[in-house]
Design a protein around this ligand. Structure first.
Ligand code: ZN
Length: 319
């Protein structure tokens, strides 16, 4: 039974990934420029000669991925397979990981921004950052790992797989009673009460010269926000993406805060819950189209590179 479920889930992921608007085909040559530290993914995931898919997981997608391993909670790891020399393991003691995780039970998982943390019995922790092309999924217990499956945790009923073709993701291991240091963060999660107007104002004050789009992409201020969510937030808040953060009025800051909370909440309720599309009247459904229009005015969207990323906005709504 568990085996069957696992296969269904895997198929669902592939199908949804091909349909979802935030993963929508982008005309060649308009692929995202690299964000700092994210590398160049202009040639990422060429699915056919004319289209490229921009598939970097943001907060809501990460939350969905996190839940894929929930089925494995309470069961022990009986074997594991990993590519020890792969750069996704940089900084981790892979021998230690192997020795300690075999026999350990998966206890719980948590997502924070673009990162995930899996807690195992025996004070063992596994952190996963999906990077650009990373994915976690469940396979049957007789699964044979493929080239890009950098770690596979086998349980009697299933196999937990982390795949990453471009290897910008990261797998970190920690043994200790407390959460690892690298999991700690100064920035509150956006869907928590600690993420309030005051926190946002203080953060924006520290980045007054940055375009607001760049500030939104900073993980120590807006954890989990990436390119598509930033554009959605700015469109909803009616702010031009290139506007300097220091030029925002208090009314615009309030609108930005409300839009951030709203976009995150609704994304978690759709994408984060079952990988379903965000509401039809969102910008994301138009953003990657060459002839995309504002969902409100039907006016053609404008596109430019802002903060190193392909950005779409409505010239009528956003000033
Ligand atoms: Zn508009």
């Amino acid at each position: 039974m568990a085996r069957k479920c696992a296969k269904v889930r895997g198929a669902l992921l592939v199908n949804r990934a091909n349909q979802n608007p935030h993963l929508n085909p982008l005309p060649r040559g308009e692929a995202d420029a690299p964000a700092p530290g994210e590398g160049d993914f202009r040639h990422e995931l060429l699915v056919n000669p004319r289209h490229v898919i921009s598939a970097m997981p943001e907060l809501a997608e990460v939350e969905w991925f996190r839940k894929q391993w929930d089925v494995a909670r309470g069961a022990a790891i009986v074997d594991l397979s990993l590519h020890a020399r792969n750069r996704v393991f940089r900084g981790s003691d892979v021998r230690d990981l192997r020795q300690r995780l075999i026999g350990a039970n998966l206890l719980s998982s948590h997502a924070r921004g673009k990162r995930m943390l899996f807690k195992f019995s025996g004070e063992n922790w596994l952190g996963i950052h999906l990077g650009m092309t990373g994915k976690v999924r469940v396979e049957s217990p007789d699964y044979r790992p493929h080239k890009h499956d950098h770690i596979v945790l086998f349980q009697p009923e299933r196999a937990l797989v982390f795949t990453d073709s471009r290897q910008f993701g990261r797998v970190r291991f920690h043994h200790g009673a407390d959460e690892p240091n690298w999991w700690k963060s100064d920035a509150p999660e956006i869907n928590s009460r600690a993420f309030d107007q005051r926190f946002v104002d203080q953060f924006l004050d520290r980045h007054r010269k940055a375009p607001i789009k760049a500030a939104l992409l900073m993980q120590n201020g807006f954890p989990g926000i990436g390119n598509w969510m930033a554009d959605e937030i700015l469109w909803r808040a009616k702010i031009l993406p290139s506007k300097r953060t220091g030029k925002l009025t208090s009314r615009e800051r309030a609108a930005l805060f409300r839009a951030t909370k709203f976009v995150v909440q609704r994304s978690l309720e759709t994408l984060g819950k079952d990988f379903s599309d965000p509401p039809r009247n969102w910008l994301i459904h138009q953003k990657w189209k060459r002839d995309g229009i504002c969902p409100i005015h039907r006016k053609p969207l404008r596109h430019a590179t802002v903060a190193g990323r392909t950005t779409a906005w409505c010239p009528r709504c956003q000033r």
